[in-house]
Design a protein around this ligand. Structure first.
Ligand code: KG4
Ligand code: ZN
Length: 361
């Protein structure tokens, strides 16, 4: 299976195969980031991203096929992210996949990017359904029960910003550069007084599994603006405060979701919580989630870092799992800016990024 990804700011291609015992062998993979192109703007610029994807995607696809020693006619299928994401970017991988599928005479599988993240731990682990998933990235923060391919139930979602956005925006305010998450994590290591800033506890009285980060983002900006001639120490202390507030919020909500999961699957003897998405690279976030997993009796699984952030192996895997179920798409499959994992829940309670066109996440 060839997988292609271009929904945000990473262009990626991968070829994998499933061995008879069910394990996955990634034969070749490549990711081309765009950080340098977006850094001057402090965030991803959709037009710049779309052009960069269009310039790179075909050569990346060729490179991984050559490296894997696979001829297009040997492919069982071609999978590409078809959404959700920046529409100009999504089109780059999807159109390339359509051309390759047509040329190779292989089926096209139009993959939901979020399903790719949801299945990503199955690239490297024997992991049975159902499991609890926390997806935390630059665009998404949500808790889902994953019962099978295409069978997701949303337990909670952000009501405003994604966790990654809170990292990125705080970093921008403090002049820490882009992408913000790793920069905030680095700055926090030199904090001398992590308790110095009193940041709000988000949704403290709310008993749902939803998230909120907008208030934290604003509080961090105000705290920063109140400092007279801020220096590196101020930067480090505020970075540590923001990071621990985000980690605590993610931990609390995921802990609550674990209890809901237990209620729903009472007779299950092994329970697993998976954390995926770029923010899952953060060590403070990982520690908070691991502590919650221990507390609630869950096994904790995080994909290796290269599969936490955007990659094409997870898209190829989702494609392979769908193909095995006979779910393939026509060459008229549309690119979708919005495409919730749990469509019913998203329609009933459009928590995240709800706009005129409905929920994003
Ligand atoms: O999954 P991803 O690569 O792309 C999507 O958004 O789909 O996630 C990118 C996000 C960015 O917001 C980035 O700042 C954040 O993940 N991130 C981190 C870290 N590494 C990446 N956030 C906190 N700590 C990190 N070490
Ligand atoms: Zn992603």
């Amino acid at each position: 299976m060839l997988g292609l990804e271009s929904s945000c700011d990473d262009t990626a291609a991968a070829v994998l195969r499933r061995l008879p015992d069910g394990t996955i062998e990634v034969l070749a993979e490549a990711v081309a980031g765009q950080n340098a192109a977006h850094a001057p703007y402090g965030g991803v610029v959709p037009e710049i991203a779309a052009r960069a994807h269009a310039e790179k995607i075909d050569s990346l696809a060729r490179d991984v096929m050559v490296k894997a020693g696979v001829d297009p006619t040997q492919l069982d299928g071609v999978a590409a992210t078809a959404g959700p994401g920046l529409i100009g970017g999504v089109m780059a991988a999807l159109m390339t996949a359509k051309g390759l599928a047509l040329g190779a005479g292989a089926p096209l599988i139009a993959v939901n990017h979020l399903e790719g993240h949801a299945l990503s731990p199955r690239l490297t682990e024997r992991l049975d359904f159902p499991y609890l998933l926390l997806l935390v990235s630059g665009g998404h923060t949500q808790l889902q029960i994953v019962e099978g391919v295409g069978q997701m139930t949303r337990l909670g979602s952000t009501i405003d910003d994604a966790a990654g956005e809170a990292f990125d925006k705080t970093a921008k305010v403090m002049g820490l550069g882009f992408p913000g998450g790793p920069a905030v994590e680095r700055a926090a290591t030199t904090a001398s007084d992590p308790g110095r800033f009193a940041l709000p506890r988000m949704l403290a009285r709310d008993k749902s599994c939803d998230f909120s980060f907008a208030g934290l983002k604003t509080a961090a900006r105000r705290a920063w603006e109140a400092i007279d001639a801020p220096n590196d120490q101020d930067r480090a202390d505020l970075a540590a405060a923001v990071q621990s507030a985000i980690a605590r919020h993610l931990g609390e909500r995921t802990g609550r979701a674990m209890e809901r999961f237990k209620d729903r699957f009472e007779c299950l003897d092994a329970r697993t919580v998976v954390v995926a998405g770029g923010v899952a690279a953060n060590q403070a976030v990982r520690a908070a989630l691991r502590a919650e997993a221990d507390k609630h009796g869950f096994r904790w699984v995080a994909p290796p870092l290269k599969y936490c952030t955007d990659n094409a192996a997870m898209i190829a895997l989702a494609g392979a799992e769908r193909l095995a179920l006979g779910q393939v798409d026509g060459l008229d499959a549309p690119a979708r800016a919005r495409w919730p994992l749990d469509e019913a829940a998203a329609r009933a309670a459009p928590a995240s990024g709800a706009g005129r066109k409905g929920p994003k996440a």
